[in-house]
Write a protein that binds this ligand. Structure first.
Ligand code: C2E
Ligand code: MG
Ligand code: MG
Length: 564
């Protein structure tokens, strides 16, 4: 791999281009025509692409610009590692070449050969990088097919992933009980970095021998660079004993002993999961949990976690289809302004009635969407729908705003403010008709991230207002009330529900109202279910009220009563 610092000049010199810029333009045009091609900034954010790239990756220019390259890669440790490697190379000003697995917008995998070229300015600071890609899926498929034919992993001699799945399918058909164990060597990538390629081979070889020695009668497979699996009838305690066995049997690399430890998950058929897809997903998910908690443990998940996982796997799968086929809906919850006694805004809430899973509540949906990254797609969908709605009210002469809930994860995208402004323009919604609701958790994270604060201020300058949702629900720092452009705060439902029975809660609410007002922040209350609550909150000086006592969330077709 070259270690030169590349600038356009270097590139032009190395390509012996004399007639700048025409020849260079021709080379660029040729590259663009012949290859998938895109440009990323120093943080890996996509700045532009050619149509070949869009076609293969299934992204539209509107969606992909501003996304980070992570969204083009499968959500796996080995991919993340390679992604980091590429970015580190580019950051140093070095060209990176190699093969990489990617995934399309709908999650389908394909392989490319990459040439990544950093473009530096006179100070050798990387401005952006050109990524040129050629698809090699066929070549990879051929290689996989050869491996499948041989049923073995060529590097370790263990069974291939394909063969392991075949064995599991067979056992499922014959209803033979087994435990699927997924193992990964802790700190593998750190160990790898400390060693050269040959040592990595020795490490893998030694580890394989230990697996074979401890589990002589089990099926053992290699599932990824650092992922091994067993299909075994052995008991949990025996499998867990592998950790002690590793401690007692260090591997030797160049005469130095290295004590390995592993993270592992055990998924039992039929007790924990019943289909191949669910077994594999559950194993993968519980292994991630073990790693997140520090590793060095082989464990199994409790029963309720397994049933939650199965539902989660289904939700992830169905949500992709629902987003693609626009099966989500938006309902609107009226908010009354206490001074004018009129509805002055509606809170937009996402709804999903899945054909397969039934009603999936936002409380279940949003956390899963946040973890899988699909929250951005939900956010854009709800924003587009609600801004169209608000634009319509505006055109009809109604001064009514729309409140949209956004998650902090969406604001981690550096282009979020730009996306919101674009949606406002495209839908014809005036910026001052949009209010963004953020939760306290969001505010706490925003406080620590300058780019989020800046984006919020940028939107605020355009006229977009921010509401602090679920106020009082658990995060003590109030610094964000100073730092963030918050116009209203919404007292959390739990206070409202407890207020009539508890005098202390009443006083707390009064305190929140005067805190808000002293900072010139409007104070709203949510979750109002009785006339008594509404009256008391109004008497305490709340500026806005919402809750089932006023109305349940309504479909667009049910809103006509408010527009006559
Ligand atoms: P939230 O933003 O605090 O929304 C208010 C929630 O309280 C809604 O639940 C609403 O249906 C419910 N609610 C309103 N009045 C009453 C009442 O009087 N009594 C009771 N028991 N509940 C009431 P929903 O729609 O299930 O949403 C739950 C949460 O999910 C929302 O809390 C919000 O944080 C999140 N959410 C909903 N839609 C979206 C969305 O499009 N994007 C994001 N990021 N989050 C959303
Ligand atoms: Mg809300
Ligand atoms: Mg709330």
């Amino acid at each position: 791999m070259a270690q030169t610092n590349y600038t356009l000049d270097h590139l032009q010199q190395s390509l012996e281009i004399k007639d700048i810029p025409t020849e260079w333009e021709q080379v660029k045009a040729g590259l663009k025509e012949g290859f998938m091609f895109y440009v990323i900034d120093a943080n890996g954010i996509i700045l532009s692409t050619n149509s070949k790239f869009l076609e293969r990756s299934e992204w539209t220019p509107k969606r992909v610009i501003g996304k980070s390259i992570w969204q083009l890669l499968p959500d796996e440790e080995s991919s993340r590692h390679k992604g980091h490697q590429i970015l580190q190379h580019l950051e140093r000003g070095s060209v990176w070449q190699g093969s990489l697995e990617k995934c399309t917008k709908s999650g389908l995998s394909y392989w490319v050969q990459i040439l990544a070229i950093p473009i530096c300015d006179e100070d050798d600071t990387v401005q952006h990088s050109y990524i040129i890609e050629e698809e090699i899926t066929d070549k990879k498929t051929m290689q996989t097919k050869l491996e499948e034919a041989a049923y073995v992993d060529l590097e370790t001699g263990l069974l291939s992933r394909y063969k392991m799945e075949e064995i599991m399918k067979e056992q499922l058909t014959q209803k033979v009980e087994f435990t699927y164990v997924l193992l990964s060597i802790d700190k593998f990538y750190t160990l790898k970095e400390l060693m050269n390629e040959q040592h990595e081979e020795t490490l893998l070889h030694e580890f394989t021998q230990l697996l074979k020695k401890y589990f002589p009668d089990s099926e053992i497979g290699r599932m990824g660079r650092n992922e091994f699996a067993l299909i075994t009838p052995l008991s949990d305690w025996y499998i867990q004993g592998f950790s002690d066995f590793l401690k007692a049997n260090p591997v030797y690399i160049e005469a130095k002993s290295v004590a390995l430890s592993v993270s592992g998950s055990m998924t039992r058929y039929p007790d924990d999961q019943k289909t191949l897809h669910h077994i594999v997903e559950a194993a993968h998910n519980s292994l991630q949990r073990v790693k997140q908690q520090g590793g060095n443990l082989i464990t199994t998940l409790p029963k309720d976690a397994h049933s939650k996982l199965s539902r989660r796997v289904e939700i992830e799968k169905e949500l992709l289809i629902a987003l693609d086929q626009q099966h989500l809906e938006v309902v609107y919850l009226p908010i009354i302004d206490t001074a004018s006694k009129r509805v002055t805004s509606f809170e937009a809430l996402v709804r999903w009635e899945s054909d397969v899973l039934g009603q999936v509540s936002p409380e279940e949906l949003i956390p899963i969407a946040e973890q899988t990254g699909l929250i951005n797609d939900i956010g854009t969908f709800v924003l587009e729908k609600s801004c169209l709605q608000a634009a319509d009210w505006h055109r009809q002469g109604y001064d009514i705003k729309v409140n949209v809930n956004l998650s902090v994860r969406e604001f981690h995208d550096k282009n979020m403010a730009r996306t919101v402004i674009k949606i406002l323009q495209q839908t014809g919604c005036p910026a001052n008709r949009l209010q963004i609701e953020i939760t306290e958790k969001f505010a706490l994270e925003a406080e620590a991230e300058k780019t989020i604060i800046e984006q919020m201020h940028a939107l605020n300058r355009e006229g977009v207002r921010f509401v602090l949702d679920d106020f009082g629900s658990g995060y003590a720092s109030l610094r964000y009330l100073q730092l963030l452009p918050i116009e209203s705060l919404k007292i959390d439902r739990v206070f409202i529900q407890a207020m009539t029975q508890n005098d202390k809660v009443m006083r707390l609410i009064k305190g929140m109202v005067s805190l808000g007002h002293s900072l010139q922040i409007r104070v709203l209350a949510e979750g109002i279910e009785t006339e008594q609550q509404a009256k008391q909150l109004q008497a305490m000086g709340c500026d806005g009220l919402q809750g089932f006592h006023i109305s349940k969330p309504l479909k667009v077709s049910e809103l006509s009563a408010y527009f006559q």
